[in-house]
Design a protein around this ligand. Structure first.
Ligand code: SF4
Ligand code: SF4
Length: 295
């Protein structure tokens, strides 16, 4: 269950700064967020990805024991010993929004929180003694705008990559000639993305190394950029590279490999946006079969 909010809803949104919500969570990390977080830690993006991400798409959490209760909690690797975020000025969109969430269905958008009771109250009952504020004031204070715009630009890129996979499978005649092989290649790519066999974030799986780097570690200088500009520039670079590399392919095997890889790229980027990628993988394969039968 989710509680839908308006911008004028008043909530106890003043944080106790206990770090409670930086444990036992998953924080998706899109490529712009990865680059900005790396800069906040003074690391090159590749080194940050190796040390601090799970499969490039999420911030790494590490198990820590609570000596009193022996309860093992997973703690975000960016949470300092003083319970302050080490990348606070460049923290990802999901962290800026928390404890709120954002829902988008077509043109309809809404801010929400999980459950019927405000989620901070259970871990941090002290929030009830702190000042309340409106959702609008909270979002403004968290400087959500450019991060949300980057998130939305990457959602469009997921769609573009997926469309590229469909075009490569359907418009080249690949699916008509090899429907079973095409479906099998997409399903195999989905499996490798959703259940990676290696813990090395940069290990090649369904995506060739140069494309994995183009997708998650683009050479874009963050000093001259905001996250939304970064995402826009990144999307344009990726589209241009794909156009140059894929438009001239003529061999059926290349079409097969490329369509499965573009499907994998779309799924991996979806994971990095916190989208239910497993459902998306199944939906896209079904769509491929439906559209393939029609064409
Ligand atoms: S649960 Fe809420 S009040 Fe507690 S640390 Fe997180 S954001 Fe702050
Ligand atoms: S990135 Fe910062 S705010 Fe987000 S979960 Fe980690 S420590 Fe908390």
């Amino acid at each position: 269950m989710q509680t839908v909010l308006t911008e004028q809803t008043q909530l106890p949104l003043t944080c106790t700064c206990s770090g409670a919500c930086c444990h036992d969570k998953t924080v998706p990390l899109n490529p712009a967020e990865l680059a900005f977080a790396a800069a906040a830690r003074g690391l090159p993006p590749e080194a940050f990805a190796q040390a601090h991400t799970t499969n490039l798409t999420h911030l790494k959490f590490e198990p820590v024991s609570n000596v009193c209760s022996k309860h093992v909690k997973n703690r975000c690797g960016q949470l300092g010993k003083d319970n302050r975020c080490l990348i606070h000025p460049q923290r990802p969109y999901a962290c800026r929004l928390y404890p709120l969430g954002h829902k988008r269905q077509g043109e309809v958008e809404a801010y929400v929180h999980e459950g019927g009771v405000f989620p901070c109250i259970a871990p941090c009952p002290g929030v009830l003694k702190l000042p309340q504020m409106t959702v609008a004031a909270y979002l403004k204070g968290q400087e959500v705008g450019p991060w949300q715009a980057a998130h939305n630009r990457y959602l469009e890129l997921v769609q573009d990559l997926s469309e590229g996979a469909f075009i490569m499978a359907l418009e080249t005649g690949l699916y008509a000639l090899k429907p079973d092989d095409t479906v099998a290649a997409w399903q195999q790519a989905s499996g490798l993305i959703l259940e990676p066999k290696s813990t090395d974030p940069l290990q090649k799986s369904a995506i060739d190394a140069p494309w994995l780097y183009r997708l998650f570690l683009p050479e874009i200088n963050i000093n001259e950029n905001t996250p939304d500009n970064f995402a826009q520039q990144h999307a344009e670079m990726l589209q241009q590279s794909a156009q140059e590399a894929f438009a001239t392919l003529t061999e059926q095997n290349d079409h097969l490999k490329t369509s499965a890889m573009m499907h994998a790229m779309a799924l991996k980027l979806a994971l990095a946006l916190g989208v239910q990628a497993a459902d998306l993988a199944v939906f896209w394969v079904k769509q491929l079969q439906v559209m393939g039968e029609r064409s």
